[in-house]
Write a protein of this length. Structure first.
Length: 161
């Protein structure tokens, strides 16, 4: 996350908040600390922090916490708590991903519907135009038959009565 193009103070602030929230959850913070993880995830999503950047930050914070712990049981607890915390933190990304999938599905369905409607309209226009041309041709042929023979022969090119 340090390579991300963001204001340095804002990024450092997020890292410190993340570290503090993870430590609080690992120390038995419970549901309130998990709620903070979710809010940090929402904020990261809003600030366009990638999932990879978030995972990298989580990994670094967790390594730092494990290195400072001397008790093996505490290290194991840190790993379990860290997994739960990260899972809650990335849940806004999962919800956004599902929302995008739903939107793409809806757009595809709309596109298919529009294509079907375009085909239907083109077919209708083609058929109606063809029928109209046949009707006009038949009507003109009937009118031509009703014209006197003299008019037909003298004005063949003009087809007037």
């Amino acid at each position: 996350m340090k390579t991300a193009v963001r204001k340095k103070g804002k990024l450092e602030n997020f890292e410190e908040e993340y570290r503090s929230a993870l430590c609080g959850y690992a120390d038995g913070g419970g549901e309130l600390a998990l709620g903070r993880a979710y809010e940090l995830g929402r904020r990261a999503l809003e600030e366009q922090v990638s999932v990879v950047e978030l995972a990298s930050l989580h990994h670094q914070v967790l390594i730092d916490l494990i290195r400072t712990s001397e008790n093996e049981q505490h290290k194991e607890q840190l790993l379990r708590s860290g997994a739960e915390f990260l899972s809650e933190c990335v849940s806004p990304y999962e919800m956004a991903h599902r929302g995008f999938q739903d939107a793409v599905k809806a757009l595809r369905q709309l596109n298919e519907t529009l294509e079907e409607e375009i085909k239907r309209i083109a077919y209708a226009v083609h058929d109606e135009a063809g029928q109209l041309l046949v009707a006009v041709h038949l009507a003109l042929a009937e009118v031509a038959m009703e014209c006197p023979k003299r008019s037909r022969s003298s004005s063949r090119g003009l087809k007037t009565c």
